[in-house]
Design a binder for this molecule. Structure first.
Ligand SMILES: [Zn+2]
Length: 401
């Protein structure tokens, strides 16, 4: 079925969701005909999609939303919901369906106020007469207060409301919320399946698609970015040179500084693309006079936007740094594979010379310690430690091995 095409390597989840979409459809049809709702149903009001980054949680949620909104006439002939072409499917997939709200945040947390707005929205009857769907892509970022607001809505949903929550793992969501959701686990899709989707959907050359899928180890979004974005390729190349540049302390500190600078640059570029436009829009909305003078009483709103933009920069910078560290982990994992002679497919075959050099110059024990140093650094960064200090400590630990 067409809406499921992008849900890569998740056969079980696909089967569960399409069964639910079928039952949901029977329910809508029965109600429209004034008949009683079918008794046993695989459809429910709250779902929780979990899976490692890149496994396609939000893609699966969107596909499900599309199948629920499918209005294809083929279905009276026995067709499955989720044709991918009808107005319902199409608008749900591209994000313009009136009854599908996708909440994605650039911020580190989702607060009570935003969640209250969403809950209010969830109470509305669906304009299209089918389902009112809210996709919360970062349910792990709900503050505790926000989660409690959401809990009430998930406990007593309106008849046609569907909540689709996404999070990396079950532990990232409050137990009270997750116990009220049907849980679906996505897995990291196989490298070949990711390459296939890049070729089929994005028209990327098979060779480039295969190399990108391998380098990112089944992370679809990153694989696509690597295949299409020159800048992302340059970043990765720089990160993979790091293991050869940390022979002395000076080299370590320099490499650490460069990682931080690159992340800051990514954040600055992203900010440049969004911030100015956002600020202009808010100024216009608040009634700025010609020449930019702001009316009285609007300073608070402007300050709020500035704070939001600042938090977003911090998050972009962190995400970018985390990406670099994950590439670095991949490098040492390949080194370990070479040292153990395990013959598994290398993620970074394109830098085979460097891998060989580092593998020959150390032992599996040292490589493991290096991987641990990177893991420790990523954990430290999550705790809001100054990034430069954490990365310097990591670079020095990598050198010591
Ligand atoms: Zn359809």
């Amino acid at each position: 079925m067409a809406v499921w095409d992008d849900v890569v390597g998740q056969e079980r989840v696909r089967a569960q969701l399409s069964a639910a979409a079928r039952d949901a459809d029977s329910l809508v049809t029965a109600e429209a005909a004034g008949e009683p709702a079918p008794e046993a149903s695989k459809m429910t009001h709250a779902w929780l999609f979990t899976g490692p980054p890149g496994s396609g949680r939000s893609t699966a949620a969107r596909a499900f939303a599309a199948a629920l909104q499918c209005v294809s006439p083929d279905r009276s002939l026995g067709g499955e919901p989720g044709c991918g072409f009808c107005d319902g499917c199409h608008t749900a997939l591209v994000g313009t369906h009136a009854d599908v709200e996708v909440v994605r945040t650039d911020l580190l947390s989702i607060g009570v106020k935003e969640t209250r707005d969403l809950v209010r929205r969830a109470q509305l009857s669906p304009a299209g007469g089918r389902w009112q769907i809210i996709i919360l892509e970062d349910a792990d970022r709900l503050t505790e207060g926000a989660a409690n607001v959401l809990l009430k809505a998930v406990e007593e949903p309106a008849a046609r409301t569907v909540w689709l929550l996404c999070a990396p793992s079950l532990e990232d969501v409050l137990p009270t919320i997750r116990s009220r959701c049907r849980h679906l686990t996505l897995r990291t899709p196989p490298v070949a399946a990711v390459a296939d989707v890049l070729v089929r959907r994005d028209g990327i050359e098979p060779e480039v698609a295969a190399a990108s899928a391998r380098a990112t180890q089944g992370h679809i979004g990153r694989a696509r970015r690597l295949a299409t974005d020159e800048r992302a390729r340059a970043r990765r190349a720089a990160v993979l040179k790091l293991p050869l540049r940390i022979e002395d302390i000076g080299g370590c500190l320099k490499a650490a500084q460069e990682l931080i600078d690159a992340a800051a640059e990514d954040a600055a570029q992203a900010a440049e693309e969004i911030d100015a436009k956002e600020t202009e829009e808010l100024k216009a909305a608040l009634g700025a006079a010609a020449g930019g003078r702001m009316p009285r009483g609007t300073a608070g709103a402007m300050k709020e936007l500035e704070d939001k933009q600042k938090r977003r920069r911090t998050r972009t910078q962190r995400d970018s740094l985390d990406l670099a560290l994950s590439d670095l982990t991949g490098f040492y994992r390949d080194v370990l594979a070479l040292q153990m002679g395990s013959g598994v497919m290398l993620a970074n075959e394109d830098v085979r010379d460097s891998l060989d050099r580092v593998a020959r110059g150390s032992t599996p024990e040292r490589t493991l310690r290096r991987i641990e140093a990177i893991v420790a650094c990523r954990q430290t960064l999550e705790r809001n430690v100054a990034p430069l200090l954490a990365v310097e400590a990591m670079a020095v630990a990598l050198r010591a091995g």
